[in-house]
Design a protein around this ligand. Sequence first.
Ligand SMILES: [Zn+2]
Length: 443
Amino acid sequence: MKFDPISNRLSLRIAKQWLYRELLSYEEAGRLTQEQLCGLQRSRLEALCRHAKKHSPYYQELISDELLNSSFTESSQFLAELPLLTKTLITENYPSLVIEIENQNNIKKSTGGSTGKPFCFELDYASYIKREAVMWRGYGWAGYNYGQRALYLWGVDSGVSGVKKRIKDTLYHRFYNRKMLNSFAMNEHNMGDYVESINQYKPTIIVSYVNPILTLAQYILDNNIQIRTPKRILTGAEPLHEFQREIIQKAFGCKVMNTYGCREFMLIGAECSQQNGLHINSDHLVVETVNESGESVVDEEGDIVITDLFNYGMPLIRYKNGDRAILSSRKCPCGNPFPLIEKITGRKLDSLRSPNGSILPGEFFPHLLKDIKAIKQFQVIQNRLEEIEMSVVLAHPLSQPDRDHIQQELDRYTDGSLTLSILIVDDIALTASGKYRVTICKL
Ligand SMILES: [Zn+2]
C-alpha cells in the first residue's frame, strides 16, 4: 500500500490505526527487563542483517555467514565486526543499498544537513509507521501523550506552496491535534504575534527547536509578558544546554524536556521526568558511541553510530550521523528499562582549536557566557587557528568588565594564544536546515 499522508485522508485513517497498534506493541516493550531488551535487540539486529545480506548488494560481502551464526550475545559485539557507514558511503553506493522487493514500498527522504550538502536516503513504509510509533512512545516519556493538544514551533519548508497544499497540510496537522508555527519566519518584529498565537491556541504541549523557543522565552522575560503555561515543553533538533533550559522554564513556568532525533531515524531518545539523561529507543535502534579508533565506548564522549533495526528498505547499519554524545551505564531511577544517553554534546565541529594545542569543547562558550546578561545570543566561528570571531546579539551594551572576563577565561584555557574579536550583530544566521550552531570550526 502506498501512503501519502497529505493527499489521502482515507489512507491517513488506516495509517493512524496501524500506528496505534504499533504504539501499543512498543509500549509493551517498556515492561521488559533490561536483559530481555538486550536479547530482543540482538535478535532484531540479526534479522535485519540476514535481510540486508540477502537483498542488498552492498551488504552481501560485508556480512559474513560466520557473523550471522556467531554466538555474540551483545549487539555491540556483533556490530563491532561491521564497518561504519557514512553519508559519503551512502551517496556513493546508493543503488546497492536500496532494497526493492515485493510488497515493500520505499519512501524517499532528503535533508539539507548542517553542512548544507543535500543528502538522500529511503525507508520502507512499514518502518515509517514504526518510527512514528516509537516517536510517540518517547514523547510519552517526556510527558507528551499521543493526541494531546500541541503547538509546534518548528521549521516549516520554505518556498511557495499552493493553496491546495496548505489546506491539506492543515488537515493533516489537525488530524494529530497540532498547530504549526513556522520558526524560520520568527523575528524580533513579529514575536508578539507568536506569543498571541500561543495564548489563543492554549496548547497543552509545545514542541520546538531549542533556539526559537529560547529566543521567545527571552522576549517574554524581557517584556514581562503573560504567557499561558503549557504542561510541558519538548525541545529537539539541537542540543539543549542547562542554561537554556533554565531560561525557557522560567519564561513558560513549566518543565522543559529534552529529546534527541535526526531526520534519518526520527526520535532516538527522550528525557523522562527525572530530566537527567535521555532514554534510548533500544528495541528500535541500536545506538553506539565510538572513539577515535572506532571502538564502541560507554561513559565517555564519542561519535554517535546508529543502526535502524526496522528500515528494511535501505538498511542503515552503523550509520555515523555526525553528532557526539556520552552513553551512560547508569540505571534511571524512574524504572524505565531503556538505556540512557547521558548527554548529547553536539556536532564534532563544535570544538575549537588553539595554537597551543588545546581544544575548547562546544560547551565552553555557553558556560562562559551564561551569566553575562548583556548577551542574548551568540555564535563563535573559527576561520583561522590563531583567531576566533564571536558574533553577539545584545540585550544592552556589553560592559568592559564583561569583555575582560571573556578574554581572561579564554586566555586561561589557551595560554593567550587565541585572538578574540567580538562582532555586534542584529541576528545570527541559521544553518540550511534551520538549526542554530553555537560554534563553527572551519579548520
Ligand atoms: Zn528515566
